[in-house]
Design a protein around this ligand. Sequence first.
Ligand code: PLP
Length: 453
Amino acid sequence: MTAPSEDTSLLRHVVLDFMQMDSFAKDPFVVVRGEGVRVTDATGKTYIDGLSGVFVVALGHGNQRVIRAITEQMQRLSFAPPLHGTNDRALELAQLLFQFAPPKYNTVKFLSGGSEATEAAMKLTKQYQQQSGHPRRYKFIAKYGAYHGATAGALSATGGWERKSVFEPLVPGFIHVHPPYCYRCPYDKTYPSCGITCARIVERTIESEDPETVAGVIMEPISISSAGFVVPPREFFAILRAATAKHGINLIFDEIICGFGRLGETFGAVYYGVSPEIIACGKGMSSGYAPLAAILIADHVQEAFYGATEERKEFHHGHTYGGNPLACAAGVAVLSQIMEENLVANARTLGAYLRGHLEEIAERYPIIGDVRGAGLLQGVEFVKDRANREPFPASVKPGKLVERLAKERGLLARTGNEFLAFAPPLVSTKADIDDICAITDECLAIAQKQLQS
Ligand SMILES: Cc1ncc(COP(=O)(O)O)c(C=O)c1O
């Protein structure tokens, strides 16, 4: 019998994310094993996981501490319904999270994935506004190019048409603004003389919409998706925070990628020095050992949800697997290790090391126009002409070319058509970064020749 990983007719019938299964079946990628920062596919080929799965596997693969924690929990209790109560492991994780998060966040709702978290953040915001005397507030402002998830509300906030136009009309009330993308400023300005126009425009959008109708603004601290890799300037979120606070609008940070040390700080909110009302987080929270996500709620927002039972102020939202004991056991083990081993600081120092490598590489390859990122999320943008930032024609897709070359050489990365980025596990070493950069260098030499011939 054909092995499942080689059975083309089987592979065509397993629907993967945003993927043409006909092409996938002809060139499948089936992962069978992981150890540390490396994974092995069904053909026996090993890859450096330069992307932590997909911004998830912060502690690397095969982490025995996490595996032990889940196994022990499974022996004791595998499921407890959040409709009737909670479980001791969920409470332990809550306690740890409040130590790890900035001081104002002392309330958590556990969920199982990023889309659940962004949906919950927006629903909580709507309910908060209603029971805080602002029943007309239902609109959300988000960015073009952002990705907030695949479910209807999260997709409505998402800014790229590629993943949503087929499902439109979606949830009403979502307004999009152009992203704070300094390398290709949507307003044709230059940082810092621009006066941070991108943030001022969000402020003006709020005012133009009638602030009494705007419930929240949702943004990723740093966004990275197939639609682009955007690292906002430092001032962007300070201006946005002031504008949203002035009008009583909730600021929601979608930290599904940026949270749990990825940017070299505990959360992107800390990296940018602002306090949103809600932090949505997931991915690295369980390092991929179980589906786990959460929203962290600022104290002043949570206050609006306490009251007598008959007032019905409780958050009207829930999922069967929220706070699942196995997922929370994974979360406790992961967060304990992140804190005990100071992996946030490791992301900062190792990120600087990766950035230095990429900057040195960029000097040798004129097809690299920009190097950007924060902590252990670093990448480059490709250009046809570095001097005037002219991009390659849309049909060329240099990022995809380098992704293919890297995969052939045993390196996994995140790419868009015009960028290449790395987000290796927080437990990576300098030697791992050296390996990632050596392969990248080799790929760029080939890509540069091909693209400029
Ligand atoms: C910034 C961001 N928000 C939300 C999501 C949705 O998360 P999930 O795929 O776990 O539903 C993602 C997924 O990649 C993401 O990157």
